[in-house]
Design a protein around this ligand. Sequence first.
Ligand code: SIN
Length: 291
Amino acid sequence: MLVAEKTAFAVVPTGAALGATIEGFDPARASAAEIATVRRALLDHLVIRIRDTDITDAEFENFGKKFGTLKPSPDFTRSRPVYLQDAPNVTIISNVTEDGKPIGEHGDGELHWHTDLAFTDEPSAHTMLLAREVPPIGGNTSFANMYAALEALPETTRARIARLTCKHQASHNAQGGRRPGYKDIETEDVREMPGPIHPLVRTHPDTGRQALFLGRRFGAYIPGLTLEKSEALLDELWSYAALPEHTWTQEWRLGDLIVWDNRCTMHRRDAFTGQGRRRMHRLTTLGERPF
Ligand code: SIN
């Protein structure tokens, strides 16, 4: 007699404004139907979490390919590009040093709210982090729902930004340091810094929903406005960007795998200075030019 295999596959929302945990799911052995369910859950919940994974980097990379074309951050953005031999699209976010050199990017400091690769022509569609080492405390990652941020804006502000754009400057990192590929850029004036121009309100290509698209506060500029007006409007928009009721925080456990959609979220990370080793393996997929 054939007995149907019992599966505990379930999408369990966090109860916050975004995020869901996928239970009973093995990313290394997922069927096409399961992948379709997980991708649907990502569109519905913006961030998904799979706990207690036990997968190799090659299996992680293979899973990542189910979401799109893998595209690591360009070298000009990275302090130390590292490529894994068995999974060349996986990059490392870590505070660990070996032989006095960092094995990955971003150290142990706070990472302010941002969208991955907003400062490029085609910002990442998805980012995936797989927790290989986690400190006992700190280093949590928070996510903000940018559909909700847009909906929270006053009507007049929403109407005002409907056709406005924002320049996402590329030359400086979030701490204000110059990126490796822009060592010769001297200006501190955001109007002159290089970077792509994207709409302040973008449409998600799969859901058709509109989201506020800010990228990052540092170095932002709204073309066509005076610097003062641009700063004032950006300050107003940022005051709605990550209201506590629109956010959810991931407290990392070893083996956690998180996938988020950059087209409708922003994220930030807590500092964890002095708290121990943290090593995340990271994948990003190629996105489209925001529209
Ligand atoms: C990132 O901003 O891409 C990294 C987030 C983290 O380290 O949790």
